[in-house]
Design a protein around this ligand. Sequence first.
Ligand code: SF4
Length: 202
Amino acid sequence: MSETTPLNRRDFLRDSFGGGSALGGLLGLGLNLRAAQHEASRFKFASTREVPSVCPYCAVGCGQLVSVREGKIVNIEGNPESPINQGTLCPKGAATYQLAVNPNRVTHVWYRAPGATEWVKTKTLDWAMNRIAELTQKTRDATFSEWWETTDASGKPIKKKVNHTLAIASLGGATNDNEWNYVQCKLMRGLGVVFIENQARI
Ligand code: SF4
């Protein structure tokens, strides 16, 4: 009779399946999937550094853990310590890894000048930020009004102090969270912009 060594769950995963691909086999054997998943992920994230982050996709702001190995992102998943999502992610958030690590990702700013038919695809983010700032200032300076001329209830002409521009609008997207929108509103109101829309309704 041969001697057998007791096999714990971790040894079983490592020896039989190599860790990461074990789950299908475990299902067939009727083992506890949650425990197996936990063990498999321990192998998957060996030698990684975990960086807490926030899902970039919507205003819910679910917490994420970004696993980094040798300066490269190797995985992104829900952060169990986040009070918002407690480790869960919706399908979009669960695909965040593909947003960061993807050969199809656009890494330069595309610019099509007024009247041009082709995109210039080599501009940098710094260039784009400077261009936006330049056009914002130019538009504001050219359209800023200190006074609004109107009439009162009796039809008498009056002037109201407004300090605004009606030539710029700020349109927020679904990915802007409360904090972003707060700062964006501060900036816009400081510039005198009155057309402000965002998902946070502030
Ligand atoms: S896209 Fe999904 S995972 Fe991301 S913050 Fe919104 S609800 Fe959370």
